[in-house]
Ligand binder design. Structure first.
Ligand code: NAG
Length: 256
């Protein structure tokens, strides 16, 4: 009898909590103007506005969108979106750029989620739904397990063939230099001109300022920056800039 009641009670709880959850969804997923929307509508609009740089400085992916973001990051759509970005870079090089071939044509890449995918790490960390733990992220980076973003390999090799100098400007810290180099070479990126990482003197400035200063130094050495490709707005905004900038999708985290 007690067991029967136990089962009944469990079923009752399951029914009750699931209907409560549905009720929450119905109540919550209404826009401010009263439009009734699905959770997918809500999360797709969140992601789109992150990419448009309307939503900034978020610390975590909203809990209710973790499943959606995880699906997007592991989807064909993410791959197609990234490939399109890279194809536009190649088009820009062939239509807007006259190469001088004097060793001063330059291109800048970001590293994380531009050359190396950190999806294997974020898969275990709720696709950005968990607050960033720098120690565990750097532990992962030091293992050199980042996978290549395939389309970026294509652009990287295209630039090498054109004789354009490649600069890697990353917010990774100096102590990760050898692990980063090993990881990049291991997955097929080699032959860059310089790997610029964040030194101790850069730690107190935000990433956007650090990256703008890196560009400024390159320009003062006579380089013409034909393009930048990065997954973060902090990699491409600020002055001095490049002839053009390209943003890869990444809704998992925001680096200011
Ligand atoms: C961050 O990660 C480290 C290494 O994995 C772990 O020891 C530590 O407990 C984590 N900190 C928090 C606040 O979760």
């Amino acid at each position: 009898m007690a067991r029967k009641f136990g089962i009944f009670f469990t079923i009752f709880c399951l029914l009750f909590t699931s209907s409560l959850a549905d009720w929450n969804i119905l109540k919550e997923y209404k826009t401010n103007d009263g439009l009734k929307i699905s959770l997918k509508n809500y999360c797709e609009s969140w992601r789109m506005n992150v990419e448009l740089h309307n939503i900034r400085n978020y610390v975590v992916v909203p809990q209710e969108c973790v499943t959606y973001i995880g699906k997007y990051m592991t989807s064909t759509q993410y791959k197609v979106d990234s490939e399109r970005t890279i194809d536009e870079c190649i088009l820009h090089l062939s239509t807007n750029c006259i190469l001088e071939n004097d060793g001063k044509d330059a291109w800048i890449f970001d590293i994380d989620d531009t050359l190396l995918s950190s999806i294997p790490y974020y898969k275990k960390n709720e696709f950005g739904g968990n607050k960033l733990n720098v120690t565990s992220l750097e532990d992962w980076m030091s293992q050199g397990k980042g996978t290549a973003l395939g389309h970026s390999v294509k652009l990287f090799n295209h630039l090498k063939k054109l004789g354009v100098k490649i600069f890697l400007v990353s917010s990774r810290r100096e102590h990760l230099r050898s692990a980063t180099t090993d990881n990049l070479v291991h997955v097929g990126f080699y032959g860059w001109s310089s790997l610029i990482l964040r030194g101790q003197e850069d730690e107190c400035k935000n990433v956007q300022k650090f990256k703008a200063e890196a560009r400024s130094k390159l320009i003062s050495k006579g380089y013409r920056i034909l393009g930048i490709v990065g997954d973060q707005w902090s990699s491409i905004v600020g002055l001095p800039s490049a002839k053009r900038t390209f943003k890869l999708p990444n809704p998992m985290y925001y680096v200011a």
